[in-house]
Write a new protein. Sequence first.
Length: 743
Amino acid sequence: MDDLYTLVDHEKPYRYKEGDLTVTRGSAWNGPGCHLGCGVLLYTNDDGELVKVEGDPENPYNQGRLCVRCLDTLESVYNKDRLLHPMKRAREDRGKDKWERISWEEALDIVADNLNRIKEEYGAESVIFQQGTGRDIAPWITRLCWSFGSPNYCFGMSGMSCFLPRVAGCAATTGAMWVADYSQQFADRYDDPEWEVPGVVVVWGNNPVVANSDGAYGHWVIDVMKRGAKLITVDPRRTWLANHSDAYLQIRPGTDAALALGMLNVIIKEKLYDEDFVDRWCYGFEELAERASSFPLDKVEEITWVPKEKIANAARLIATSKSAAFQWGVAIDMTKEAIPAGQAIAALFEITGNIDNPGGMIAPPSILPYSGGWGQELIPQAQKEKRIGLDKYALLNFGFQMASTDELVKTIETEDPYPIKAAWIQTTNPIANTAPDPERTLNAYRKLDFIACVDLYMTPTAMALADVLLPAAMFPERDGIRCGDNAQRGEAINKVVSVGECRSDQEINLELGKRLNPGAWPWRDVEEMYGEVLACTGMTFSELREKAPAYLPFTYRKYEKGMLRGDGQPGFNTSTGRIELWSTFYDQAGLDPLPYFEEPTPGPGSTPELLDEYPLVVTTGARNWSMFHSEHRQVPRLRNMHPDPIIQINPKTARDLGIEQGDWVWVENQRGRCKRKAELTPIVDERVCSTDAAWWFPEEPGAEDEGLFGMWDVNIGKLIGYEPGKAGFGSNYKTLLCKVYKA
Ligand SMILES: Nc1nc2c(c(=O)[nH]1)N[C@H]1C(S)=C(S)[C@@H](COP(=O)(O)OP(=O)(O)OC[C@H]3O[C@@H](n4cnc5c(=O)[nH]c(N)nc54)[C@H](O)[C@@H]3O)O[C@H]1N2
Ligand SMILES: Nc1nc2c(c(=O)[nH]1)N[C@H]1C(S)=C(S)[C@@H](COP(=O)(O)OP(=O)(O)OC[C@H]3O[C@@H](n4cnc5c(=O)[nH]c(N)nc54)[C@H](O)[C@@H]3O)O[C@H]1N2
Ligand code: SF4
Ligand SMILES: [Mo]
């Protein structure tokens, strides 16, 4: 194994003594919340209590650094609000705070009996398996779903508007997903001789220092800036990174595709693209050039609100830098036409040759093949074809094999083409967070015969809907493995404490899997199961935990070496073997093969008549330091950093509206309204405001007739609809019209 993987030569074993304390090396993967699984040192005392969590300086990934949420793990692990044992509630008591404590055996039996009963009566497709953002869940929930025989693995955002649009779009047009190269694929990081500092980092619709998204640790942007990288930021808010950028483009929300097409126009007209790369490796350049030519900068300035000189200069900086790494983020996925927006931005790094090059865009191979799902072979073909949305949206065949959220909610409501009868909801809080139109969503889910939730805490979703509620373990309470997610490293998660009767998601799914389809879950315990997953690496779990993280070999320009295609030929894994600037797949699927821009609807460009009533563009969900989506509201120190839901408004706009700093206001559009506290700040344009998402108040009464933890007044989903883009991906979470007035 040592010759295949680069492992870390730690000075000490994974567990050692330091004074009176025991230190255990591991990974914060996860919850309480984040995707990344940074290297941690967990300190426990002689009574077996967790007393401190620090960053592991020996871990190449985060190099000793941690965010507040991990530094404050103790307040999460020992939180008084945690679920500590399985509970059940009578079907007719849904929404009431009437829970009965039960044993794990009883809980898992109830779940298995109900799912099996429904499967027998309606077919396995009648049960959906829903997860939230990428926690340590995809392999285990997909195996549960597919081995049960259901094709309906799902995620509650309209248009699956997080990451999945970029993944599906990139897979369809290039055969891989591309992320910025910060040397994360090398164990020796910035010292690796193959790696080069990006000439410029383009932070686009992402705030990495706060959000650490898509596998990238935010500090890396600063690390490469210190090493000479220039910085461009495209964001409607003047963020900390925007302030430290060589070029800051303050874009109108939802107009990213137009901006990218305008930049493409400059780069192509001025012949600044990489002609050799385009000639040899790209398909459809002439067509792209023609499309881009219909985006002259006067027009683009009008659409995007970005001055045209700034657009041209940023385009030139991208094209003339020795390399450009795009730190692209979720804002691109959260517009209705996310697919062409992502396609236009990708074309910027594609035609400038920033593909699989040092300091450009890379597609690190996953150390384990299961990070996007495990066990596709377990579901019979006839069942696979029943996946909701597949008949309407061919793009669902690329990337994660999920059902369409938008079609799913309709299917629950109409029972067409078949009834949905049960839901397994694990690591997600859809009603308070992902769901657009939460009232409609709640009403749809209420129809289901049986719902089980697995969470760390009681949530508005669990309170409203669960018949059985199972308590999940946090990362210090379990053993585990981490793989993939663009980080190309294997990590070990090591258990140091137990809390209540909480069990890890992996153990829960193994035990339930054994009841639903024992043949697909033959392992005695999770360690044996991890052994199976790790088999392809030749490493055992005990070996991994001593030497993690483990890195696979990595080479640049794999397309030249025949390393990207199944047939071993040079080129990319697409039907033309090239990067498809003009997509043969979109063409066959009846979609526009080229990137395009469509005005967000409603919006200043598409519905000017609404501006009298709703004059402001509002973007939602911008991350804050101390919270991960709807989590951490119960954690005192973290909550104190961000006690209330906020809306950022320009001081001049606020003055015109008679709103002062700290006032409670209503944010309202044609669908509904919710409350926010006004934060007056010049970081937003006078025509734009930005508000956070996923709010609820765990301290308020939870029962449905008492308000579901105060959720209804603060749920921003009430302003959002189930309205995906033409390809079935993307939806307007980050582009709405609204008015704001004092509450
Ligand atoms: N308006 C608006 N809405 C948004 C966004 C936005 O920008 N704007 N962002 C969206 C995005 S990008 C995403 S990915 C989604 C995320 O949506 P979700 O993933 O649903 O996020 P949460 O609301 O935090 O719900 C996660 C739940 O899982 C629990 N949990 C955490 N860790 C674990 C674990 O290890 N095991 C188990 N069993 N449970 C765990 C938490 O306690 C919490 O209740 O939200 C989306 N919602
Ligand atoms: N602390 C914390 N970290 C997180 C999360 C969290 O909840 N809390 N969530 C995690 C998840 S699931 C995800 S997907 C990532 C997301 O991470 P990010 O991609 O950073 O998500 P946001 O902060 O919602 O948006 C990023 C930036 O996009 C800007 N923006 C808004 N609308 C637009 C637009 O139309 N165009 C452009 N170009 N920019 C726009 C916002 O102002 C914001 O500064 O973060 C992950 N990390
Ligand atoms: S990025 Fe931050 S919250 Fe996420 S694992 Fe690393 S330190 Fe923890
Ligand atoms: Mo996300």
